[in-house]
Design a binder for this molecule. Structure first.
Ligand SMILES: Cc1cc2nc3c(=O)[nH]c(=O)nc-3n(C[C@H](O)[C@H](O)[C@H](O)COP(=O)(O)OP(=O)(O)OC[C@H]3O[C@@H](n4cnc5c(N)ncnc54)[C@H](O)[C@@H]3O)c2cc1C
Length: 312
C-alpha cells in the first residue's frame, strides 16, 4: 500500500512530489496521459514563454519548466507512472485508485489534476494557438507582441470583463466580443466594462475565423442577428469563457462547488474527506497561476505529512 498517491503532473503535483519525497514518504505520481486534453506536465506545456515564474530572469519555455520540475521530482525519489486515473473509490480505507488495468491502494491522495481552459471552435484557431491566441490574459497580456496593439477578448462573464480590463493596461484597445446583447457579468463588472474608454463591446457577435499566416493578425466577426461579417485587425485574441476543472473521475465523491472545483478547507488543502487533499487549479478558480499552484502543492505535501503522523 502507498503512503501517498499524487494524481496530476502540473506545478502543483510536482511540488507535492518534491516535498513528499524529501519527507521520505516514497510518493507515487500518476501523471496522466493526455488527461484533460493536455500532455503530462499540465497547462504550461501548451505555452511558450513563462516570464513570471521566479528564478528565471530571462524567462523559460513552458515545456522546459515542466521538464525540469519532473526531473527534480524523480531526482528526489518520486516514482512516476504515465497513466490517467479513470475512477477512484474513497468509500473506505485504504483509498482505491484505478488507472487503466491497474488498481492502487493508498493511505492518502493528493489531487492535482488542474483545469482546462475552455475554447470555442474557430477556423485557424488551433493553427494560431500561442501565436497570438491565448486563454490567459494575466499570463500573456504583458508580452511585447500585445503592447499598444488592438486585442480581442471573447466572453461576456465576470472573467471576460476582468481579462479585458486587465489587458487595457497594455493594449491600444480591447474589443470584447459578446454572443448576446447583454453581459452576463455582475452589475459592477458590467459598469466597469461600459465605462472603460479602451473597451469596445461588439454585441451579438461571434468570432468565426482567425486571420494571419505565422502570427494572429485579426479575426472575422459575425453579427449573429444581421449575419453581417466584418474583419477586426488585432494582434491578440484571448478566450475568456471559463475553465473546466478536471474532476470527472471523482464521480461526485468529493464536495465540489457548483462549477466542479474541489472545495478545500480555507487556508489548507484538506477536502471534505480526511486523507484526501487537493491543490492547484483544480481547487482554485481565482488565482490560477503556476506559482500559486506550486505553493498549494507544497501545502498539500505538508498536510499529508501531518495527517500520516496523526494517524500513526
Ligand atoms: C496557455 C496558458 C498559458 C499560461 N501561462 C502562464 C504563465 O505564463 N504563468 C503562470 O504562472 N501561469 C500560466 N498559466 C496558468 C498555469 O498553467 C496554471 O495555473 C498551472 O499550470 C496550474 O497547475 P496545476 O498543477 O494545478 O495543473 P495543470 O497544469 O493543469 O496540470 C494538471 C495535470 O494533471 C493531469 N491530469 C488531469 N486529469 C488527470 C487524471 N484523471 N489522471 C492523471 N492525471 C490527470 C493533466 O493531464 C495535467 O498534466 C497558463 C495557462 C495556460 C492555459
Amino acid at each position: 500500500m502507498e503512503n501517498v498517491i499524487i494524481i496530476g503532473s502540473g506545478p502543483a503535483g510536482h511540488t507535492a512530489a518534491i516535498y513528499t519525497s524529501r519527507a521520505n514518504l516514497n510518493p507515487l505520481m500518476l501523471e496522466g496521459m493526455f488527461a484533460g486534453g493536455v500532455a503530462a506536465g499540465g497547462q504550461l506545456t501548451t505555452t511558450t514563454e513563462i516570464e513570471n515564474f521566479p528564478g528565471f530572469p530571462e524567462g523559460i519555455s513552458g515545456p522546459e519548466l515542466m521538464q525540469t520540475m519532473r526531473e527534480q521530482s524523480v531526482k528526489c525519489g518520486c516514482r512516476i507512472e504515465t497513466l490517467t486515473v479513470d475512477k477512484v473509490d474513497f468509500s473506505a480505507h485504504p483509498f482505491k485508485i484505478f488507472a487503466g488495468s491497474q488498481m492502487y491502494e493508498s493511505k492518502t491522495v493528493i489531487i492535482a489534476t488542474g483545469a482546462t481552459a475552455k475554447k470555442i471552435e474557430i477556423q485557424n484557431g488551433d493553427r494560431l494557438w500561442q501565436r497570438g491566441i491565448s486563454a490567459c490574459a494575466v499570463c500573456d497580456g504583458a508580452l511585447p507582441c500585445f503592447r499598444n496593439k488592438p486585442l480581442i477578448v471573447i466572453g461576456g462573464g465576470d472573467s471576460a470583463v476582468e481579462e479585458a480590463t486587465y489587458l487595457t493596461k497594455f493594449a491600444a484597445k480591447v474589443y470584447l466580443v459578446v454572443r448576446r446583447d447583454v453581459l452576463r457579468a455582475s452589475q459592477v463588472m458590467r459598469q466597469r466594462a461600459l465605462a472603460n474608454p479602451k473597451i469596445e463591446i461588439l454585441w451579438n457577435s461571434n468570432v468565426t475565423e482567425a486571420l494571419g499566416e505565422k502570427m494572429f493578425s485579426g479575426a472575422v466577426i459575425l453579427n449573429n442577428q444581421t449575419q453581417a461579417t466584418r474583419i477586426v485587425d488585432a494582434s491578440g485574441l484571448f478566450f475568456a469563457i471559463g475553465h473546466a476543472p478536471n474532476t470527472a473521475f471523482l464521480n461526485g465523491q468529493l464536495k465540489t462547488d457548483e462549477t466542479g472545483y474541489i472545495m478545500t478547507l480555507p487556508g489548507t488543502t484538506q477536502t471534505n474527506l480526511p486523507g484526501v487533499f487537493a491543490c492547484g487549479d483544480v481547487q482554485d478558480k481565482k488565482y490560477r497561476q503556476a506559482i500559486t499552484a506550486a505553493g498549494s502543492g507544497c501545502m498539500a505535501a505538508l498536510n499529508v505529512e501531518q495527517y500520516l503522523h496523526e494517524i500513526g
